[in-house]
Design a binder for this molecule. Structure first.
Ligand code: NAD
Length: 378
């Protein structure tokens, strides 16, 4: 006779086998609570996670990770970058649903939230350049649209709501300092201003709203994704030096933390699965200490693979951001450490480039970079 293990046992003791016994036991208790209090009233067998902006660079590997782990995924995304191909492979999956809609459209989001247990907010205009180029669209989406969306989350009996924010919020800090979650925020762009506002909005819900909110301040992403972005440092430098383009590097000595997109999928899933008491209205820097790099360190790491490639350092760039980040909280409270180093991400991307992936880069810039928009507000 065979004995089936329950979903709670699977999540606690199989999917999280690397965690300490006591933590796995807490997760087991949490999963059973969710089954009784969240799934049963909705008539669901599994948690259904709404990924808002789930068709993007980070959202697509996250989708694959969650589906493989047995979650139902519903994605709401406006496909702003002609990125429908990124979700095509998921469309036939029995546990996947896609809704093409604007997060600023209250009617559409209201419908998308029906029957959902948890929400991860990734959507928005991402990055300083695109928000600077399209300030009105930024206002409609990142400020008003997302603020309205967050306002509408209370009173639905949701389990967890995770707001994906950015370490860019630290802005500019001295080289000898590591920013932990309590370090003063100094947003230097429209993009970071809106992120700080959404963080405050979520955290302001503590003791007021009926869900467990968490803010994740992400390092800068690298790694392969079906919605590849080449407007991010590691991938941009690797592609440029691979293709023989003269790479111009502004402010080479400025620091940033980096993190692989698959590690972000693991970190977000960890928040979904940890007991609410550990993540409730907490902020976590998401990444790992070893992946704090200067731009020069990244250039050196890529150049080793292409010694003939050319680059030049240029002083006086317009981007003042400089921040090294402390990731001890996510390590100690969530037992999270990234699996991928920047060097591994570079090797992974070079292997793909060598096989001809992304050779349509020049023809598909609006797909590979967050730079052009055709957005009509609702
Ligand atoms: N990529 C990074 O380096 C990085 C670093 C820190 C934080 N983050 C955060 O992670 C999240 C995801 O970033 P990403 O790199 O995957 O970005 P992305 O631009 O690849 O993905 C964003 C997705 O949101 C969708 N979207 C945009 N506006 C929308 C709207 N009004 N309605 C519905 N969908 C909309 C886009 O179509 C896209 O698929 C963002 O919140 C970003 O701020 C990213």
């Amino acid at each position: 006779m065979t004995t089936a293990i329950s979903h709670a046992q699977y999540i606690a003791h199989v999917a999280n086998a690397s965690l300490p016994d006591a933590v796995r036991e807490q997760i087991f208790v949490e999963e059973n609570r969710i089954a009784a209090e969240v799934l049963k009233p909705r008539g669901l067998a599994r948690r259904r996670v709404l990924l808002v902006g789930g068709a993007g660079y980070i959202g697509t590997p996250l989708t694959a990770f969650l589906l493989a782990r047995g979650y139902d995924v519903r994605c709401l995304d406006l496909l702003l970058y002609h990125n429908s191909d990124c979700v095509t492979p998921f469309l036939g999956h029995v546990n996947y649903e896609f809704i093409k809609a604007d997060v600023a459209d209250a009617q559409a989001t209201n419908a998308a939230l029906e029957g959902v247990t948890d929400v991860i907010v990734l959507a928005g205009l991402v990055g300083d350049p695109i928000t600077k180029k399209y300030p009105a669209e930024h206002q409609s989406i990142n400020e008003e649209g997302l603020a309205r969306f967050v306002d509408g989350l209370d009173g639905r009996g949701l389990n967890k709501v995770i707001m994906v924010s950015t370490c860019s919020n630290y802005g500019e800090i001295p080289d000898d300092t590591l920013a932990d979650e309590n370090y003063a925020l100094k947003p230097l762009s429209l993009y970071a201003n809106a992120k700080v506002a959404r963080e405050k909005q979520i955290l302001g819900g503590a003791n007021k709203v009926d869900y467990c909110g968490t803010v994740m301040r992400f390092a800068t992403a690298f790694g392969l994704s079906s919605r590849m972005r080449f407007d991010l440092t590691v991938s941009e430098f690797t592609r440029d030096l691979f293709s023989g383009t003269l790479l111009q590097v502004y402010d080479a000595d400025t620091w940033r933390p980096y993190c692989h997109v698959r590690d972000f999928a693991r970190a977000l899933t960890r928040v979904l699965e940890m007991p609410g008491s550990v993540v409730r209205f907490e902020v976590f820097n998401a990444g790992g200490d070893a992946n704090n790099y200067t731009k020069k360190m990244i250039v050196d790491a890529v150049h080793r693979h292409f010694p003939q490639s050319r680059y030049e350092f240029v002083a006086g760039g317009f981007d003042r951001r400089n921040y090294k980040v402390d990731f001890s909280k996510i390590r100690s409270r969530l037992h999270f450490e990234p699996e991928y180093t920047v060097e591994q991400g570079i090797i992974e991307l070079i292997a793909a480039l060598r096989q001809g992936f992304f050779s349509d880069y020049a023809e598909r810039l609006p797909f590979y970079r967050n730079q052009d928009l055709n957005y009509k507000p609702v």
